[in-house]
Write a protein that binds this ligand. Structure first.
Ligand SMILES: [Zn+2]
Length: 258
């Protein structure tokens, strides 16, 4: 079989590749075993309560290993604090007021992050989301973005923070849908930007797939190549989530009858 990522003929695929990693699901449940995440998969037109991620064979074993390294790094950054003191953890993020086009917002700033690894984590989840769905339903990225994003994932140099810029939002734990996990989906920002977005662990990771340049405000909050990540507390995005859920419910109702 032909691995869509390394484009090598292999004898078998890794049997249990995930899209959104399990640690993001675990972060969403915390210690509460009864709490389940909203696993939203709009492409499968499905909304379900789940405690583990979408898994299946869609890439080779070597590629699974390649994706695993940046996922491990992201876990140390966004997951519970560990004793890896050299890697910044969200628990130690600098909380401050940030001036945005919508007024003052609370933000969490981290510096000293490994830009390449964290970028690979976010792009990797999206690339895997695309490959997991290729041929099953309509493609997440389309050929053009898949080829370009894979190229960027594989390049050796540090990379550019204006090509597929990344935005991360952090949810407040007492907000509804805090514990929602969603597989990568196409969506639009409030300002109409085309985004691919996934959620988990109280975070929303967004990649801008628009070709036009970012506005000054958008540029300010992108993940910077010098390793600075400024996460805004997601407030207005809740509206988008509600719309998302409504859409998913409607899709399901249209298809199956409610
Ligand atoms: Zn491969």
């Amino acid at each position: 079989m032909f691995c869509p990522f390394c484009e090598i003929e292999v004898s078998e695929f890794h049997q249990n590749s995930h899209v959104v990693p399990d640690w993001l699901y675990k972060l969403s449940f915390k210690e509460n075993k009864n709490l389940k995440s909203y696993g939203l998969d709009i492409q499968e037109e499905e909304i379900a309560l789940k405690q583990s991620s979408l898994k299946g064979p869609f890439i080779c074993r070597d590629c699974e290993t390649v994706f695993g390294d940046p996922e491990g790094y992201a876990r140390l950054v966004f997951g519970d604090e560990t004793n890896h003191s050299s890697i910044p953890n969200v628990a130690n993020a600098d909380v401050r007021k940030v001036n945005t086009q919508f007024g003052l917002h609370e933000g969490y700033e981290m510096i000293g992050l490994d830009f390449k690894k964290l970028k690979k984590f976010v792009l990797g989840v999206i690339l895997k989301g695309h490959m997991a769905k290729t041929g099953l339903t309509k493609d997440l990225l389309g050929d053009k973005h898949f080829i370009r994003m894979r190229e960027i994932y594989l390049e050796d140099h540090e990379g550019d923070d204006l090509i597929y810029p990344i935005f991360v939002f952090k949810f407040n734990e007492n907000q509804p849908f805090w514990n929602m996990v969603s597989q990568p989906v196409r969506t639009k920002s409030k300002e109409g930007l085309n985004l691919i977005s996934f959620k988990g662990g109280g975070y929303e990771f967004n990649v801008n797939v628009q070709s036009h340049p970012l506005t000054r405000e958008e540029a300010e909050f992108r993940f910077r190549k010098e390793g600075r990540l400024l996460m805004l507390k997601a407030v207005q995005n809740l509206v988008a989530i509600r719309e998302f859920l409504e859409k998913a419910k409607k899709l399901k109702a249209d298809r199956w009858g409610s």
